[in-house]
Write a protein that binds this ligand. Structure first.
Ligand SMILES: CC(C)(COP(=O)(O)OP(=O)(O)OC[C@H]1O[C@@H](n2cnc3c(N)ncnc32)[C@H](O)[C@@H]1OP(=O)(O)O)[C@@H](O)C(=O)NCCC(=O)NCCS
Length: 334
């Protein structure tokens, strides 16, 4: 254990994570999120990401917990992510201990941080929501999950395109208008910094949630979004009423190795959501960004879930792999 200890509390010592801790971190991460864990893939980039703090908790030298925070919203907010406690230590308050230390450590480094935000999965079929008691719920989106082999995506896209024709009543052979690909930096900036964007596309809690990371649509966050290499689609090039993007697919541990393909949608128009879904699948296939088994998660306004589920039905190569579930967006003061 090189590096230096940055604090201790309740029998744990705290350390700033380094690349060499990767194997230890993976050893406490087995089976997290049913194999959908992003950390095996993201850990290396977290080590060098600006304004990212990753804290490890050890008991007698052994890694027992990890918590991370990214400073966003021009220094006002920390978005916490990655929280995990090793299975043998769960249920004894360790998550609270490492979070209290991380909060205080982050505030020392970034005194401008006033607010802590996080997202969390919620399964309404499991009973009343267990919202974390000290947090306020700012927003909630539905999640629609599929699984399929990348080889079957082409057939799935044709299936979606055919269904779009019947939905929109367009003549066979006449293509349904595509969503607009927003590639120009200035054009994207105009869209994101438009003060009416949050109400026009119904941003949950006023934030763009990018693959579980809530960011206010403000200038200081544009660089963070640019880092993520997103593919943006909109219903129109200016003042869109529907906005959507996908994060480049990345490897996850699911069933010994799969890809995770996350699509975030903002807006309430079902036809736009259908066009966006088909558009994202087309782009990701065209660019050969997927291979092998792919887990697809679409995060969208709750009112669109049923319609989009129905839209995707009827093609065996890509099938739904999870019942309705939700993404919660939470906030508390520091
Ligand atoms: C969720 C997990 C981190 C909880 O760890 P734990 O040490 O067993 O949690 P405990 O119930 O003993 O600790 C309770 C404290 O942790 C907090 N806590 C528990 N789950 C939390 C969560 N998901 N997010 C934030 N805080 C959480 C509680 O609010 C409580 O805080 P308090 O002491 O300030 O009151 C652990 O079960 C785990 O690693 N699960 C797998 C990964 C995962 O699901 N991470 C959560 C991502 S949102």
């Amino acid at each position: 254990m090189a590096g230096s200890c940055v604090g201790e509390s309740d029998g744990l010592t705290f350390w700033v994570a380094e690349q060499k801790d990767y194997d230890d971190v993976m050893s406490i991460s087995v089976q997290i999120y049913g194999g959908n864990d992003y950390l095996p893939h993201r850990y290396a980039s977290w080590m060098t990401e600006p304004d990212r703090v990753v804290i490890l908790g050890r008991r007698d030298g052994k890694l027992v917990a990890l918590e991370s925070g990214l400073i966003v919203d021009e220094g006002c907010t920390v978005v916490v992510e990655g929280l995990r406690v090793c299975p043998s230590e769960r249920g004894r308050g360790v998550a609270g201990v490492i979070q209290r230390f991380a909060d205080q450590y982050i505030q020392q480094l970034y005194p401008s941080v006033r607010t802590k935000r996080q997202t969390k999965a919620d399964d309404p079929s499991a009973g009343p929501t267990q919202t974390l008691s000290k947090f306020t719920e700012l927003g909630r989106r539905a999640a629609l999950s599929f699984i399929g082999e990348a080889d079957s995506f082409e057939g799935f896209i044709s299936h979606l395109r055919n269904k779009l024709h019947s939905t929109t009543g367009s003549e066979p052979g006449v293509s349904v208008p595509q969503m607009v690909l927003i590639e120009d930096e200035q054009q994207l900036k105009n869209i994101l910094l438009d003060p009416e964007l949050p109400s026009r596309v119904q941003l949950p809690g006023g934030a763009i949630i990018q693959d579980w990371q809530p960011l206010q649509p403000i200038k200081g966050n544009l660089e963070i979004l640019a880092r993520r290499n997103l593919t943006w689609l909109a219903d129109k090039p200016e003042r869109p009423a529907f906005l959507s993007f996908y994060t480049p697919p990345y490897p996850i541990p699911y069933k010994g190795g799969s890809l995770r393909f996350n699509i975030d949608m903002f807006g309430t128009d079902l036809v736009s959501a259908k066009r966006a879904l088909a558009g994202h699948f087309e782009k990701v296939s065209e660019r050969r960004e997927v291979k092998g088994r792919v887990m697809v998660h679409v995060y969208l306004n709750k009112s669109l879930w049923e319609g989009l589920r129905e839209f995707c039905e009827g093609y065996t190569g890509v099938r739904r792999c999870r019942e309705y579930w939700e993404q919660l967006f939470l906030e508390r003061g520091m």
